[in-house]
Ligand binder design. Structure first.
Ligand SMILES: [Zn+2]
Length: 315
């Protein structure tokens, strides 16, 4: 996988600056961090493959100790992710409320379904959250997930969700989805440009892309450089800042959409304290105060990362 002359994973530029090298804590080899001079993407070489996403990873015994697929699959309501799901739903509702093309049903007696794709649905917590809602902005939800691995298989066979693998999602017709969520996924992808191109194609005009990923230009990241905890080279290989993400959207015909997160910020903090119960309880308490949430949001640059919309309302 190592390339003698790496190219930017987002824009293909060969104008790169080597930011530094770091040995993985899980895969004991040296990884290089490059910054693209054209689009500012920070990316990792070599890409160590998707084999690392196995059952041990899902148990939090891989490079990300905060992963806990078993709890989320069993009952997402008992995990902190419920905070994030409610926040994302709030953002989508807020967008839909000012987007008549998506909100207004064509025929009021039987509103058209709202087609929602969760790209990288993992343990399926968000799909279950949405299924329990049943409707969204007055429209019945039609849910599809995309992922591979043992939990994707379970969600399909046991929970009856429509789950598509790589080939199936690539064959979906254009302009199929009103909303696509891509939650903490893009940083794992060796070819984020292809993924955004695919999602831009699958969105309906006026459709919403709800995308979250770390911000490599936030104060905490700037302070720590490639030693920022988010820079885990075995799994986080495409690292964005607000400008590089907006540029990638625009390169594929999407318009950046500013957002203001709340529960998502709280979730990120308490998740990182999963193994420290006392601090986690204190954080839950402190994060009930909006000024504290805004401070954390500033330090980690959560709301600085835009979502995106597909221009037009041709439905
Ligand atoms: Zn680039």
């Amino acid at each position: 996988m190592t390339s003698a002359t790496p190219t930017c994973r987002a824009c293909g530029s060969t104008q790169l600056t080597l930011r530094g090298k770091k040995t993985g804590e899980f895969i004991r080899e040296e990884f290089s961090f490059h910054t693209c001079c054209d689009c500012e993407l920070l990316f990792v070489e070599p890409f160590s493959g998707f084999e690392i996403y196995n059952d041990a990873y899902y148990r939090g015994q891989g490079p990300d100790p905060f992963v806990d697929y078993a709890s989320e699959y069993r009952d997402y309501r008992c995990t902190d992710r419920a905070l994030e799901f409610a926040d994302l739903a709030r953002l989508a509702e807020s967008y839909l409320s000012v987007s008549p093309a998506l909100l207004l049903p064509r025929s009021p007696p039987s509103p058209a379904p709202l087609h929602w794709l969760d790209f990288g649905c993992g343990a399926g917590g968000f799909l279950k959250f949405l299924r329990e809602r049943g409707t969204f902005a007055g429209r019945p939800l039609e849910l599809t997930g995309h992922d591979v691995g043992s939990y994707a298989a379970l969600l399909k066979s046991t929970d009856g969700f429509r789950i598509l693998d790589f080939d199936e999602i690539s064959r979906e017709p254009s302009a199929t989805y009103d909303v696509i969520s891509m939650i903490e996924v893009i940083e794992h992808l060796p070819d984020p440009a292809s993924a955004v191109a695919l999602l831009a194609r699958l969105l309906k005009p006026g459709g919403l892309l709800l995308l979250t990923t770390g911000n490599l230009d936030c104060p905490v990241a700037r302070r720590h450089g490639i030693h920022y905890r988010y820079c885990t080279p075995e799994i986080h290989v495409s690292l964005f800042n607000p400008r590089s993400l907006a540029r990638l959207y625009r390169a594929h015909g999407l318009e950046p959409l500013p957002v203001r997160y709340a529960g998502t910020v709280v979730f990120k903090v308490v998740k990182s304290l999963r193994h420290r119960r006392v601090f986690r309880a204190l954080a839950h308490l402190a994060l009930k105060f909006p000024p504290f949430v805004r401070l954390v949001d500033h330090l980690y640059g959560v709301s600085a990362m835009p979502c995106a919309v597909k221009p037009g309302s041709g439905r």
